[in-house]
Write a protein that binds this ligand. Structure first.
Ligand code: 13P
Ligand code: ZN
Length: 288
């Protein structure tokens, strides 16, 4: 049996959590990450029959039965995960129709998985229906996106269009756009279900006045989605109160589509090139 702390999936998660903390996205215990793993990737590191504890999940999810997830613990600080990974992370296998999580490794202080477990598990299910290669769900509290939910209308099309126009590469990175949930109590099955519904049409879901969820095929891709949207939100907050002298037009976004073979979410760009954004100074309120 090999040491699980040397397993690439553990090392990569620790690296990612440390990076997320350094970006300022995860104050205190803010944020949580889950990674779906194949049984074959685990056999060299764990006796998969040795269940240390069972933890009730509080929901039914028969489609997740037998699935393995490496996941952050509730109340744990991302900045500390590198120093105590077996305390701050856990590896679970879902059982009993998804109502139970068998703990195979981690949470050594008696802890449990993130309070956002429902949002993670339901988002995994929703995204896998769209893309079976989906493995990662990531949640954090990036300051600029969070701030933007206080000053920008929460309409998903308008929110997405603003972000796309803040950096040329946004449309390439998230052509499916950003969905937005209005404020809800976090850590509940209800917000989990609502997030999963939003995940059916986009890999990024903003939680108004709280943070963001992202899903992807691996940690880098998922991190990059948040990083790109957060950069766009930062630019927006830098310019939103200033007179706008020049900006990216819908016609230019159509050019990106043709050049890079991406397709913007249907209905999000004006079909008549150049007809939405005049090139002259406009107040921010006329942008959406
Ligand atoms: P956890 O510590 O339970 O993961 O909660 C952090 C968080 O960001 C809640 O939304
Ligand atoms: Zn949160």
């Amino acid at each position: 049996m090999q040491e699980i702390l040397n397993a690439p999936f553990v090392a990569e998660l620790i690296r990612t959590l440390t990076n997320m903390y350094r970006h300022g996205w995860d104050e205190r215990n803010g944020g949580n990450v889950s990674v779906r793993l194949d049984e074959d990737a685990l056999r060299d590191y764990l006796d998969l029959r040795a269940v240390r504890r069972t933890i009730p999940t509080g929901f039914d999810a028969p489609d997740l039965d037998g699935e393995y997830f490496l996941i952050t613990g509730t109340g744990k600080y991302f900045k500390n995960a590198q120093y105590a990974p077996d305390r701050d992370l856990g590896l679970v296998r879902l059982a009993e129709g998804g109502r139970q999580a068998d703990l195979l490794w981690g949470f050594t202080d008696g802890g449990s998985f993130t309070s956002e477990f429902p949002a993670h598990m339901m988002s995994h299910l929703a995204r896998r229906r769209v893309d079976p290669e989906t493995r990662v769900v990531m949640h954090c509290h990036p300051g600029n996106l969070l701030a933007m939910t206080f000053v920008h209308e929460l309409d998903e099309r308008a929110f997405t269009r603003t972000l796309w126009r803040m950096c040329t590469e946004c449309l390439m990175v998230f052509p499916d756009g950003v969905n937005v949930l209005p404020w809800m109590v976090c850590g509940t099955t209800a917000i989990g279900e609502a997030t999963a519904r939003k995940m059916e049409t986009a890999r990024l879901v903003v939680w108004a006045h709280h943070g963001i969820y992202a899903s992807g095929r691996d940690l880098d891709e998922t991190f990059g989605l948040i990083e790109t949207a957060e950069k766009a939100a930062e630019v927006y907050l830098k310019i939103a109160h200033l007179p706008i002298c020049s900006s990216i037009t819908d016609s230019q976004l159509h050019e990106i589509e043709s050049r890079f073979g991406v397709k913007a979410r249907p209905g999000y760009l004006d079909p008549a090139p150049g007809s939405v954004l005049p090139e002259t100074v406009q107040p921010m309120s006329s942008w959406a």
